[in-house]
Design a protein around this ligand. Structure first.
Ligand code: 13P
Length: 249
């Protein structure tokens, strides 16, 4: 099963409007054989829609579990869809840590995206202490089962999973190709048990955690690594363009 690779940027809380405009002007990714996505602060989403003409998909970095109403500060999936935004990152470890998001809540965010027909990029991954204790598979399996196992097969193939070991995020410490492949193969096995092998074979699993222009080729060449979710390196046009090129290979 050939899965189209994805190079997805997660800008987190970076850039001022002029930086966004400069990025839009200069970013010219190859989207011939790969999907390119950028996850941006919600205030910049409308401005970034200009990149859709270059084949880039635009993601929010979070979404509300609610459809509408008295939820100050929240943005609904329906609003994103109506604006032309393609999807949302959900369950990023920074939201889990700083906003106490649980897999139950994140599962509802996935549902909100599915209801609005936008792509959910579901993030999971273990903490350093959990890997040091050898519990990484148990932790990630639990995250996936709690957040995603209620989905039908038809829904499951629409989501994207991002494995982001927390110890590799923003640290400059990347998982080795072997560690990434091992976990991605394990995640696919878990998804195969939840749905079936054919469904699991269709779901893209991205690696995130200190991906850069120098290590993307080798990471994306791993059989179960279907691209990357890129933080710091997605803020530099030249680096992110190179990472997009790695996804095209
Ligand atoms: P870095 O690429 O900066 O390590 O961040 C990874 C990440 O959290 C992407 O969502």
């Amino acid at each position: 099963m050939k899965r189209k690779k994805i190079a997805a940027g997660n800008w987190k809380m970076n850039f001022l409007p002029q930086d966004v405009d400069q990025f839009i002007e200069t970013f010219q990714p190859n989207t011939a054989n790969a999907e390119v996505m950028i996850g941006a602060p919600s205030i910049y989403l409308e401005r970034l829609l200009a990149l859709k003409t270059k084949g880039v998909q635009i993601l929010a970095q979070d979404v509300s579990i609610h459809e509408k109403g008295a939820f100050t500060g929240e943005v609904s999936a329906e609003m994103l869809a109506a604006l032309g935004v393609n999807g949302a990152i959900v369950g990023h470890s920074e939201r889990r840590t700083y906003h106490h998001e649980t897999d139950e809540i994140i599962g509802q965010k996935v549902n909100a995206c599915l209801r609005a027909h936008i792509t959910a990029v579901y993030c999971c991954g273990e903490l350093l202490a959990e890997r040091q204790a050898g519990h990484q598979e148990k932790v990630v399996e639990q995250q996936i089962r709690v957040a995603l196992s209620h989905l039908t097969k038809e829904e499951a193939v629409k989501i994207v999973v991002a494995y982001e070991p927390v110890w590799a995020i923003g640290t400059g410490v990347t998982a080795s190709d072997e560690q990434a492949e091992e976990m991605h193969a394990f995640i696919r096995q878990v998804m195969s048990a939840i749905w079936d092998a054919d469904t699991a074979a269709q779901i893209r699993i991205l690696y995130g955690g200190s991906v850069n222009a120098a290590n993307a080729d080798a990471l994306f060449a791993c059989p179960n690594v279907d691209g990357g979710l890129v933080g710091g390196a997605s803020l530099k046009v030249s680096d992110f363009t190179s990472i997009c090129q790695s996804a095209n290979a």
